[in-house]
Design a protein around this ligand. Structure first.
Ligand code: AMP
Ligand code: ZN
Length: 134
């Protein structure tokens, strides 16, 4: 399969690996928001969060937690965002499940997404539709 992240797992292309277990790999994003911006992936290829079994997700999130703490104690950041762009419509460019751990500090100027307000009845109707399929 022609997947950049599978190639990093296999050692076929370089990656700045910072943490790994049998199932999970964490390496630096080559174009960081701030230095230390890390990607955490399952070593096995899953396109997105829905494809990955719960046990794998559990191990990936445990690694995310470790990386987040390392950003604070090792690089002196004050916080971090955990982001997973799920599917191309959500900005996913590489079709191998990955969680971004983005280090943050007070006043770093990074803006998250804009938010809107619901129109009358829209919140309730939306919740009902979701509940039916959950
Ligand atoms: P996404 O939009 O969530 O699919 O993000 C893909 C991320 O992978 C981007 O932030 C890229 O900078 C990063 N990226 C792409 N190629 C590499 C690579 N070879 N090594 C490390 N990070 C990469
Ligand atoms: Zn892959």
């Amino acid at each position: 399969m022609d997947c950049v992240f599978c190639k990093i797992v296999a050692g076929e292309i370089p990656g700045a690996k910072v943490y790994e277990t049998d199932e999970v790999l964490a390496f630096l994003d080559i174009n960081p928001v701030h230095p230390g911006h890390t990607l955490v992936i399952p070593k096995k290829h899953y396109a997105n969060i829905e494809e990955a079994p719960a046990e794998v997700l559990s191990q990936v999130i445990s690694a995310v937690k470790k990386v987040g703490l390392a950003l604070k104690i090792g690089l002196n950041y004050q916080g971090y965002n955990v982001t997973e762009n799920n599917d191309p419509a959500a900005g996913q460019l590489i079709a191998h499940l990955h969680f971004h751990v983005i280090p943050r500090f007070e006043g770093d100027g990074l803006k998250l997404w804009p938010q809107r307000q619901y129109s009358a009845g829209e919140l309730e109707a939306t919740a009902e539709k979701l509940k039916k399929v959950l």
